[in-house]
Design a protein around this ligand. Structure first.
Ligand SMILES: NC(=O)c1ccc[n+]([C@@H]2O[C@H](COP(=O)([O-])OP(=O)(O)OC[C@H]3O[C@@H](n4cnc5c(N)ncnc54)[C@H](O)[C@@H]3O)[C@@H](O)[C@H]2O)c1
Length: 421
């Protein structure tokens, strides 16, 4: 079995998730380099993989200004920092595991795709949901024709009110100028899934949505700039940062992101609440991404999809897939595929998970395994979320955003052609 050598550029949450999975697959992967400015994160990865000191650096340029010394580069820096390391790593001959979004603009996505073709490299984009047992089963069932031809899908991505406040109001993805629009940052997974499940090309798209709630005019009377400054609404506000970050000791995701540390102390969290965006009143941040959005899609063979993203729920993905022989109800978080068969008029229920699963319903683990299969030729490009497929799906996101801003219907073919050089 060939062992692939890996370097990771951006050793934050995602970089650690993928390299932690690789540590469980020592015959397939060996992590031999890390570029990460945060000392605690860099040190965590160094120790976990016993990486030589000369390959542990503070910025990606320091690993990519040398000749290639590994097979694969994981690009898991923030959204606006994928482009430069991806272009350089491809030029050096690395294959890539590239975090989504590929890049924040359509042109940059196309450039990365073309660079991969120019240097003959393989790039897999982290559309992790495709690699879950759940959606793999749904895809398999649709291909088997169990509900006949798919006519239309309604799909909802419930972001969850707390996840929205953490990531898309206070956090890294709240402001489009700093990262990307909501549809790209969060829902590019959904548009990828929907095109994959429809197994067809989307022809037309329109979209509506806005930032309606997490705005300064909705701040309650007398709320200070930071929750830690003694807010009179502390007991009743769902978004009280002191409660969410300081008092909830178990929420390592929130505490880790707020401090940039793997195991922060209360002191570290308090410091973050006093000094970073994570301590701000949720109504007084610099967020501008939408908190609810709908996208309607028309496909080449006439199928339609209606997609809703919303912050105002517990969180979770649910879908209803309607076919000529039956109907499928999907509850991703509940791990339930419920099929109504037209012939028997009976329901059939399928569960896909056995035991504990890794993050994203097992997708974080699944994508690392699929990466190995793709890079060693066991899987072909059209069996994975490779760069060409992912770029076409990202272009759909950009087309939907154009439609939302213009309040128009966008012809996706014409839109895509405008980016082909
Ligand atoms: N596939 C998914 O489901 C999924 C889920 C969450 C996030 N993401 C994406 O993954 C990416 C990373 O997100 P994250 O949550 O890990 O963020 P993060 O902030 O935890 O990690 C990014 C890391 O990049 C590091 N960095 C900054 N400058 C650098 C440089 N010059 N060289 C090397 N590293 C540098 C930061 O210090 C940070 O640790 C983002 O693009 C995000 O949108 C994908």
């Amino acid at each position: 079995m060939k062992q692939l050598k890996v370097i990771v550029l951006g050793g934050g949450q995602r970089g650690q998730i993928y390299t932690n999975v690789m540590a469980t697959l020592p015959e397939q992967f060996s992590v031999v380099g890390v570029a990460e400015p945060g000392e605690a994160n860099r040190e965590y990865i160094r120790q976990k993989h016993n990486i030589p000191a000369e390959n542990c650096v503070t910025s990606w340029e320091q690993l990519l200004n040398r000749p290639r010394f590994a097979d694969v580069a994981i690009i898991s820096t923030q959204d606006k920092m994928h482009y430069a390391p991806a272009m350089k790593a491809l030029e050096l001959g690395y294959d890539l595991l590239l975090e989504k979004p590929v890049a924040p603009t359509a042109q940059e996505c196309m450039d990365i795709w073309q660079q991969a073709q120019r240097y003959g490299r393989k790039v897999m984009v982290c559309h992790v949901l495709r690699y879950t047992s759940f959606y793999s089963k749904v895809k398999e069932l649709l291909a088997s024709g169990v509900i006949g031809d798919v006519m239309n899908i309604t799909h909802t991505e419930g972001v969850g009110n707390l996840h929205q406040s953490h990531s898309f109001v206070r956090g890294n993805w709240g402001n489009e100028g700093r990262s990307a629009c909501m549809l790209l940052a969060k829902s590019c997974h959904d548009l990828d899934l929907l095109q994959w499940l429809m197994n067809d090309d989307c022809d037309h798209v329109h979209s509506f949505g806005s930032l309606r709630y997490f705005r300064s005019e909705n701040a309650p009377e007398g709320a200070p700039e930071r929750c830690i400054q003694g807010c009179p609404h502390a007991d009743t506000c769902y978004y009280n940062a002191v409660k969410l970050y300081l008092e909830d000791q178990k929420n390592l995701w929130f505490r880790g992101a707020a401090t940039g540390m793997v195991e922060p102390s209360d002191e570290d969290v308090r410091h973050a609440l006093e000094n970073t965006q994570y301590g701000k009143c949720v109504y007084k941040c610099d967020n501008d991404v939408v908190d609810h959005q709908v996208v309607n899609l028309e496909f080449a063979k006439g199928g339609t999809v209606s997609f809703t993203m919303s912050a105002f729920n517990k969180g979770g993905r649910k879908s209803n897939i309607m076919g000529t022989r039956g109907e499928m109800f999907l509850d991703f978080e509940g791990d339930e595929i419920k099929i109504f068969h037209f012939d028997t008029r009976q329901f059939e229920i399928i569960h896909t998970r056995t035991g504990a699963v890794s993050g994203h319903g097992g997708g974080d683990d699944g994508i690392v395994r699929a990466l190995y299969d793709y890079l060693t030729g066991v899987k072909t490009a059209d069996e994975v979320s490779e760069i060409g497929i992912s770029c076409r799906n990202h272009l759909l996101v950009f087309a939907a955003e154009q439609a939302r801003h213009e309040k128009s219907v966008v012809d996706t073919k014409t839109f895509q052609q405008s980016f082909v050089r």
